[in-house]
Design a protein around this ligand. Structure first.
Ligand code: GZL
Length: 312
């Protein structure tokens, strides 16, 4: 009867968001693939109808996806914003439509009243951890470092560069001699490393590589080997993400250190969304995930075994 129908309506309106639009950057790295796997799994486990849109690393595709989610009248939006700028107008449209937006793993320069919360790591800290590891490992030895940056204009590329430079500042033995974007991909990482090696006396002038993610490092390791040098020894390799393949490289002595980034951004995001949808609980504007340094001394094959089936 009417009573039952009414109670069902009340239940459904106060229940968790039923439909969530997810604008994902693409599948540029193993880490990104794992984040997608975990987000889809978490939505399924929580009974959320997730509308998934892959932007192939193009901002205009993300903006199109958000406009479409708004037109569909989704209950909430998740987005991993490929770059930090250019979001104000579409985020204002979502706000107008009273659709909460949650940022995953990258930040935007828009005012924080245009999103419910952002879930991610301290990207500057990650760069500092990588830089400090290199400073400590060198122990005063002179070292020319080359850097593979992430996607130009993305918050990880900006922040990881800044963090690394903060850590090596004041250590004149560590010199950053070349820095260029590898767009977070293995292919570009290999290509750019090849150009660095050619430009630096076939790599004899390079002592270390800092890559903003493991995928670019894995591509660069291939280039270093093809140049007849030993990655992990002739050229130290430090990067970020802690994907399974970097642990295989470490076990082979071809990579030295990585800073872990959890791919589980959706867990904290959906928890915050649930609380907000249930009774309007406002989450903090930034929900920080942990970063952990792994080196080749941390039993890399054991870590590889733990991570290899997590959807990377
Ligand atoms: C960082 C995240 C980065 C990963 C890369 O929070 O946005 O994007 O480090 C991915 O692997 O491309």
């Amino acid at each position: 009867g009417a009573g039952v129908l009414a109670s069902m309506l009340i239940m459904s309106s106060s229940a968790l968001a039923q439909t969530v639009g997810f604008s994902q950057i693409g599948s540029e790295s193993g880490w990104r693939a794992a984040e997608t796997t975990l987000t889809l799994q978490q939505a399924k486990d929580r009974g959320i109808d997730l509308k998934f849109a892959d932007a192939q690393q193009k901002q205009e595709n993300q903006i199109k996806a958000l406009k479409s989610f708004i037109a569909q009248g989704v209950d909430a939006i998740l987005i991993a914003p490929v770059v930090a700028t250019g979001w104000d107008s579409v985020l204002e449209e979502a706000k107008e439509a009273e659709i909460p937006v949650i940022l995953l793993d990258r930040m935007v320069d828009s005012s924080d009243d245009l999103y419910l919360t952002a879930v991610g790591s301290d990207l500057v800290h990650e760069g500092s951890v990588a830089g400090q590891w290199l400073v400590d490992t060198l122990a005063g030895k002179d070292c020319n470092v080359v850097e593979l940056q992430g996607t130009t204009g993305s918050s990880p590329a900006i922040d990881r560069k800044n963090g690394f430079e903060q850590a090596i500042a004041g250590h004149d033995n560590v010199k950053l001699i070349r820095s260029q974007t590898g767009d977070f991909t293995r292919t570009k990482g290999k290509e750019v490393m090849e150009s660095f090696l050619k430009a630096e006396d076939s790599g004899k002038n390079i002592c270390a590589l800092y890559a903003h993610n493991d995928d670019m490092a894995v591509g660069a390791i291939q280039a270093i080997k093809e140049a007849g040098l030993k990655p992990g020894e002739d050229i130290l390799v430090v990067s970020i993400d802690a994907v399974p393949d970097i642990f295989q490289a470490m076990a082979a002595g071809e990579a030295n250190a990585t800073v872990e980034l959890t791919p589980n951004m959706a867990g904290p995001a959906f928890d915050a969304l649930e609380a907000y949808m249930k009774d309007g609980t406002m989450p903090p504007k930034f929900i920080q995930t942990e970063s952990k340094l792994y080196t080749m001394k941390d039993d890399p094959m054991a870590v590889y075994e733990q991570k290899k089936d997590l959807g990377y």
